[in-house]
Design a binder for this molecule. Sequence first.
Ligand SMILES: Cc1cc2nc3c(=O)[nH]c(=O)nc-3n(C[C@H](O)[C@H](O)[C@H](O)COP(=O)(O)OP(=O)(O)OC[C@H]3O[C@@H](n4cnc5c(N)ncnc54)[C@H](O)[C@@H]3O)c2cc1C
Length: 273
Amino acid sequence: MLEQEFPGASGAISPIRGGRQAAEQQIRKIDGKRYARSRDHLNGAVTGLSPYIRHGVLTLAEVRDAVFQSINNRDDGSKLINELGWRDFWQRMWQELGDHIDDDQEVFKTGHSASSYSRELPDDIRDGCTGLACMDGFREELVSTGWLHNHARMWMAAWLVHWRHVHWKAGADWFLEHLLDGDPASNHLSWQWIASTFSHKPYFFNRDNLERYSGGNFCKSCSSANHCPFDASYEQLETKLFAQRVPIRDVPARRQGHRSKSTARPNPSTQRF
Ligand SMILES: Cc1cc2nc3c(=O)[nH]c(=O)nc-3n(C[C@H](O)[C@H](O)[C@H](O)COP(=O)(O)OP(=O)(O)OC[C@H]3O[C@@H](n4cnc5c(N)ncnc54)[C@H](O)[C@@H]3O)c2cc1C
């Protein structure tokens, strides 16, 4: 049907099906207990509900009720309920910020100035030919399905901003071109959290972390495995990537009120790195 409606469109059709029926099938698969144990793994029991929530096919209240139905003990559902809370929080922040959601909410705490980050998405990233099996793989999933696991989003965003020195907004705009769940609230503010313009320090990761939560699948086939840019300790990466850490007490808030909210925010993933 989509092919008939848009005969000139290029690319494959996402395997994610729209509509209420597909959403109800998906919501029945929720397992709050398994989710809490496995959500950081790429093959973990995440719900895949974000496109339906984003387009109003499911309400957060419906998802919350389904989480409670999937568990015996209320505590088993707390991780997933917590994530629904972040969705709601980002939406409320967007209401407050309006179009300012496009702006850096605070200065970067990387020691680099905002103007030093490139505003253009490099071609090798857009085309998926960076030579890094993980990042090219995430890009392929993003453009062909319109969805990415939260951890993959975090790794990709951190790599773009901290390794490739691309401004978070260029990456965020590119994500929005493809994500079926894309919206400026969850997307832009998550990118800013990683970049450190909406958090007190930058998010970054290393190869051990990526291998662990991706089951090592990318590294096995990666042509860059012997010169992997992520293959280092956190201390080594911190020294390499960041010019200087800005002590939080010295960071001026761009607008009053924004900093206290962002710095109070814990990690959107259970894993810091
Ligand atoms: C760089 C980056 C960009 C992102 N952009 C978007 C976006 O445009 N739209 C979007 O909906 N989410 C975004 N997220 C948040 C999160 O990655 C997705 O909501 C989640 O991966 C969707 O998959 P799921 O439905 O299986 O989530 P699950 O883990 O099964 O969670 C269930 C629901 O809770 C909400 N949720 C879960 N994690 C988060 C989170 N960290 N922040 C906010 N809500 C969350 C979503 O509505 C999700 O559908 C982004 C995260 C990052 C790091």
